[in-house]
Design a protein around this ligand. Structure first.
Ligand SMILES: CC(C)(COP(=O)(O)OP(=O)(O)OC[C@H]1O[C@@H](n2cnc3c(N)ncnc32)[C@H](O)[C@@H]1OP(=O)(O)O)[C@@H](O)C(=O)NCCC(=O)NCCS
Length: 180
């Protein structure tokens, strides 16, 4: 997956350091939208911070720990979705995602996550995919629900983003439950 057309104007591309300027601009105009749920926002203060993040994600791919995809909609970078913490011993990974507020509400993240699940089961040593979200993050929790995940557990006070502390809902999907 260097760059893949998912149709309807949505493309998935490997996230690379060359996207640092665009990624920083995207985070910068979505600070209010993102910072309630995601811990990296206040620490992202310049394109160099975005570049360091993207370089780390590339190292993660080389080392088999992660796969981060950039979401492009009609040619513009609009968000990220990733396989995180790929664990070949326990054969698990956890998917994370976020999108430009202006591009939300039209199924782009659901479609990107569906493709990432295909890639996880096809190309990575995993038999189980997790998605973690705060119970109050309704748009986020709807994504695993829509994709057929099981709501398995609630870990109390296990999610932090800036000054916010939330419970962590763990959604799980097993290889044999995935129609893809
Ligand atoms: C959580 C977040 C990624 C969800 O993004 P989103 O755009 O709402 O999610 P989707 O792209 O899947 O869109 C779903 C919506 O599109 C609609 N939709 C339209 N076409 C669709 C399609 N083909 N498939 C699925 N949904 C579709 C759905 O009905 C749904 O609308 P609803 O919320 O009114 O029910 C986004 O709100 C976000 O970035 N939030 C801030 C960061 C964050 O919380 N990240 C997750 C941390 S755990």
């Amino acid at each position: 997956m260097l760059r893949e057309d998912l149709g309807g104007g949505l493309e998935l591309s490997l996230a690379v350091p060359q996207q640092a300027e665009a990624l920083y601009a995207l985070v910068d105009r979505n600070r209010d939208h993102l910072r309630r749920w995601l811990p990296f926002v206040d620490a992202t203060r310049s394109p160099d911070d975005a570049r360091a993040f993207l370089e780390g994600q590339l190292r993660g791919l080389i080392e088999g720990r992660s796969l981060t995809a950039a979401l492009f909609f009609r040619g513009e970078l609009v968000g990220l979705a990733s396989l995180n913490r790929i664990d070949p011993v326990n054969r698990t990974t956890a998917i994370g995602y976020w999108i430009d507020e202006a591009a939300s509400g039209q199924g782009l993240v659901t479609r990107a996550v569906r493709r990432l699940i295909d890639l996880a089961f096809q190309h990575f040593p995993v038999d189980r995919v997790e998605i973690h979200c705060a119970p109050d993050n309704v748009p986020s929790c709807k994504i695993p629900e829509r994709l057929g995940f099981t709501r398995e557990a609630v870990l109390r006070r296990a999610l932090r983003a800036h000054e916010f502390v939330d419970d962590r809902v763990v959604w799980g999907l097993l290889r044999e439950e995935w129609p893809g």
